[in-house]
Write a protein that binds this ligand. Structure first.
Ligand SMILES: Cc1cc2nc3c(=O)[nH]c(=O)nc-3n(C[C@H](O)[C@H](O)[C@H](O)COP(=O)(O)O)c2cc1C
Length: 152
């Protein structure tokens, strides 16, 4: 079974909701998905080597920035696991399309993600649920086609 670690940071719940949606869909597709919430105190870091793939999600902060707690997490994790799939939530009211979900773009570039990042405007409800569905299906297909998974 493909084991996926879904790490996310969330202040007001939107990114958490997307993370939970991704986990639910991965489980429905017969994969294993653990959630890890990135908190300011990074005392219980996950071990990426226990997983076959890594998903990281972040909201975008002021002027398209990546939140400090996410930057600290990335730095503390040290290694670059592979593959890494990225998702983010944002709000076009804070700078239009140019700054929308910029943190997700930057993380995807940093991790050389094999996939364009999933971008959700605020909460993943209504029409955007389908976008989460499609993206997660793409992640699952990529994993099935490209990963050699040890039996466990
Ligand atoms: C002060 C502030 C600045 C923000 N700046 C941006 C931004 O530059 N780009 C963007 O896409 N979203 C921006 N947002 C919107 C948040 O990223 C968005 O509400 C996100 O869904 C929050 O995620 P969370 O509910 O998981 O904390 C900003 C929000 C706040 C409060």
């Amino acid at each position: 079974m493909v084991r996926v670690l879904i790490c996310y940071a969330s202040y007001s719940g939107n990114t958490e909701e997307v993370a939970e949606g991704i986990q639910k869909r991965l489980l429905e597709m017969g994969m294993d998905g653990d959630l890890y919430r990135i908190r300011p105190r990074l005392t219980d870091l996950p071990n990426p080597s226990e997983y076959d793939a890594f998903v990281i999600g972040s909201f975008t902060w002021v002027k398209g920035s990546t939140p400090k707690l996410v930057k600290d997490f990335v730095a503390k994790l040290g290694i670059k696991p592979h593959p890494v799939f990225v998702f983010g939530t944002g709000d076009t009211q804070f700078g239009g399309d140019g700054l929308f979900c910029r943190a997700a773009d930057k993380l995807a570039r940093f991790y050389a993600s094999p996939f364009p990042p999933l971008k959700i405007e605020q909460s993943p409800r209504g029409d955007q649920e389908m976008i989460v569905d499609e993206w997660t299906k793409g992640v699952a297909d990529y994993c099935r086609q490209n990963l050699i998974v040890s039996a466990s």
